[in-house]
Design a protein. Structure first.
Length: 153
């Protein structure tokens, strides 16, 4: 009887752990980012996801420092790139990307600050005399899966 009770207790604890793991993932989703209109297939595309305006504003390129909450380096095929960022808590985010033709991880600009590489932002937001603002690029993740189609600028 004691063995049966211990077995039942162990099974109940295992079930509780499984339920806790399932509950921990509720309120999380994934974002599939599809990028088109890249000028060529050289190098890769660097994608960065931000969950704060401060992090978004601190980075000039996409993921050049550690301010992003998620990053991806994506292969280019037929002037397009795609990645999925998993396990993001529901909330507000903004995405930046750039075409890293030489795989250096650097966002190149000319002497007056105009980008020399393809780049873009969530919502296909466009900046004026600088990058698109967080307000223009932000979006809400509030479902298990989300897809966004972005175009290189």
């Amino acid at each position: 009887m004691k063995k049966l009770l211990n077995l039942a207790l162990a099974a109940g604890m295992a079930l509780s752990v499984c339920q806790a793991n399932v509950l921990a993932k509720e309120g999380h989703g994934s974002i599939t980012v599809k990028i088109s209109k890249l000028k060529n297939d050289k190098g890769n595309v660097r994608v960065a996801v931000y969950n704060t305006q401060e992090g978004y504003d601190a980075e000039k390129g996409a993921g050049e420092s550690n301010k992003a909450c998620a990053k991806a380096v994506v292969e280019i095929k037929s002037q397009e790139a795609q990645c999925t960022i998993d396990d993001l808590a529901y909330g507000e985010y903004a995405v930046k990307f750039f075409h890293d033709e030489d795989k250096s991880g650097k966002f190149y600009k000319n002497f007056v600050g105009i980008p020399k590489v393809d780049y873009g932002f969530s919502n296909n937001a466009k900046g004026h005399f600088g990058p698109a603002s967080y307000e223009q690029a932000k979006f809400k993740l509030d479902k298990p899966t989300m897809e966004m189609n972005l175009e290189a600028q």
